[in-house]
Design a protein around this ligand. Sequence first.
Ligand SMILES: [Zn+2]
Length: 372
Amino acid sequence: MRLTISALLLLAMSWSMGCQSPQPGPTDTQAPVAEPNDPMVSVNTLLPAPDDFAAQLIGTPEYPIPPYAEHLNGVRICLDPGHGGQAHKRGYKRGPTGVREAEMNLRVAQYLAEFLRAVGTEVILTRDGDYDMSLAERAGVANDAGADIFISLHHNAISNKPEVNRTSVWYHKDVDYRPSNLDLARYLLAGLQDSLALEQVTGVPLKSDQLMYEGGFGVLRHPQMTAALCESSFFTNPEEEQRLRDPAYNLLEAWGLFTGLARYAAAGLPHATLVEPADGLIGAGTPAALVFQLDDGLRSRGSWGHERQMIVSTSISVRVDGQDVPFTFTNDGYKLVADVPALEPGEHAVEVQFVNMFKNSVLNPHFVIEAQ
Ligand SMILES: [Zn+2]
């Protein structure tokens, strides 16, 4: 079994190099374009690719656009290629022969953006060149754009274990923080597992960023929308490092991420809107009602049976300052009415949770109301 998979992978690789890339493949001995002498401070460490490399291949039988990807039309997605600049820091975020993570992250993001734009997705890139940005600035780009989804694109590294090469996708804090983060992470993971098909798998490839830092990753802490961070494979693995130089392999990774996103969107992206009071102002010291319009992300398609309930009733909850409050929900009109107890003057956090029939959670569960 193991031999069979390896053989298939080798076949797939040699085929893709021969048929799709006019550039030398990863097994060639030709050196990358680099500064002389020290490969650990070189720039342009990836194999060069024509500007229209992705455009020529997207939608071909090798990198198909599935019909259900049409549900990505109109979704606003911010892609964040990790790192950038800092090539002068010797060996910084580089593989064994000096290939830079910042460059592979950017190329995958640019190819993914091309797939997404081909189906009408609004794409914002946090960076489109080789420069550094703070983690807060990256999230700020997504927040300012009002993105629905934020994805930080990375590749992984580990010291003294060159044999390690596997896929993981990371979510912020704990599983209750924003359940839609897990939906996004799960679909991205499935796409990467199908496309890159790395032989090694870790037991649970969805990881909390608190495993690394108590406060989690800064780049996942700041976004005010559904967010995940991909560590698609390990550039510290010598064979994987050489694959990651190859534009065909970067495109394959982008395609995996794209199909994951397409399946996520096809399953419906639920939203909630506070309609009464629309300005979020309530009277202090007296009970109030909040009316939310729910959207399961599916009904608006108008397909057969669309008038049936596609929100799981038992999944609905409303919390005010972390405390559950009573509510009523009706399938007719999808109105959710929450009973808010008397509140002290000031701002209060409201959280609305539900899942649609595909088990996708609401993308924007967090609201702020003000009692005056
Ligand atoms: Zn990284």
